[in-house]
Design a protein around this ligand. Structure first.
Ligand SMILES: [Zn+2]
Length: 350
């Protein structure tokens, strides 16, 4: 985009990547810092037609725009301005734009374009005469890793949450569950903080996460007892649960767990604070507040020392809703050192 700073035409840019990876904020920051007074940002989800988009652009440059004037008249006004100084227009969520020819028109009057979309196929869906005249260079915004999400969230939390009010484990949990979308992680914490405030609590507790997780993470919402979760059929959830389980158990253990007959298994307790099951002659008790898993079996006697599961414990996670399982495993994984996996003799029934 540098040529536009010397009043030459900028190379058109296409920013693509999943939501929450910083496309919009990056574009806005660059435009504000370097193209002040020469850039317009329009969200095509909000303004979809050529007339609406052009009105927004003209108004940004303080040129009156009228509902009844034609697109041609709007373009002429813009062209006149573009002759006096090089302009850059940022069209966010460009895949929502109805009149695609507008891109061609803007480019032809010498305006530098920054387009962004979450869809990789956006460009290929444009007529080739448009794409070839735009000559867009693509910049990809990959999904954040969990570590990157944690760093982003931590940075924001330090600025906005009282020190000590949010446990590190919950901060990590928000990052693990957000699955590369920093905005989701931040929104989760924001809502949990509001709940804490509402409850006059000095700390953000896990339960404040639960209450809102359904709204924030459609894939990580808590399982409702007695209702089979529709996400059972979601291959993404199933795969992500399998992946998380492999952090705790070998593929063999998972296979053995799957072979435990349903008649030998029953859930004894399932709520926000606890998960418990009777499996054959033994029991599994998970306490989310105390951060303990109590169980008794020969494999667990060894595996629990290495923070690994035996097939019984795996069976429990395979039997609760996949979303509850995923959330609980993510919680465990984000704060494994604080968890106590105990070989509890009280339950020594076998
Ligand atoms: Zn076991």
């Amino acid at each position: 985009m540098e040529p536009a700073l010397q009043n030459r035409k900028a190379t058109n840019v296409f920013l693509v990547g999943p939501t929450g990876t910083g496309k919009t904020s990056t574009a806005k920051q660059v435009l504000e810092a370097h193209f002040d007074g020469r850039a317009a940002c329009v969200n095509c989800w909000k303004y979809r037609t050529a007339h609406e988009v052009l009105s927004e652009i003209l108004l940004t440059f303080r040129i009156p725009a009228y509902a009844r004037e034609s697109v041609g008249e709007q373009v002429r006004k813009l062209e006149k301005l573009a002759k006096s100084k090089s302009l850059v227009v940022y069209l966010d969520e460009v895949d929502r734009l109805v009149d695609r020819d507008l891109l061609y028109v803007l480019s032809r009057v010498g305006i530098g374009l920054v387009l962004s979309s979450t869809h990789y196929h956006t460009l290929s869906s444009l007529p080739s005469r448009i794409t070839s005249s735009l000559g867009l260079s693509e910049i990809q915004f990959p999904k954040y890793t969990v570590e990157e999400t944690i760093a982003i969230v931590r940075d924001r939390v330090e600025q906005s949450v009282r020190p000590g009010a949010l446990r590190t484990s919950l901060l990590k949990l928000s990052a693990v569950l957000a699955d590369g979308d920093a905005r989701v992680a931040l929104e989760t914490i924001r809502r949990a903080a509001l709940m804490a405030e509402h409850n006059n609590s000095k700390r953000i507790e896990l339960s404040y996460f639960d209450n809102h997780s359904q709204a924030v993470f459609p894939r990580a919402s808590f399982y409702v007892v007695g209702k089979p979760s529709p996400a059972w059929n979601d291959p993404l959830v199933a795969r992500s649960l399998e992946k998380l389980l492999l952090d705790f158990a070998s593929p063999e253990s998972i296979k053995v767990a799957r072979s435990i007959p349903e008649k030998d298994f029953s859930i004894r307790e399932e709520n926000r604070h606890a998960l418990a099951a009777d499996i054959g002659n033994t029991t599994v008790d998970i306490n989310l507040e105390a951060q303990t898993i109590a169980h008794h079996c020969p494999i667990w006697a060894k595996s629990s020392l290495e923070q690994k599961f035996c097939p019984h414990v795996v069976k429990l996670f395979l039997s609760i809703g996949p979303e509850r399982a995923r959330t609980t495993l993510a919680l465990l994984l984000s704060d494994l050192d604080s968890w106590k996996l105990s070989h509890n003799d009280r339950f020594a029934l076998i």
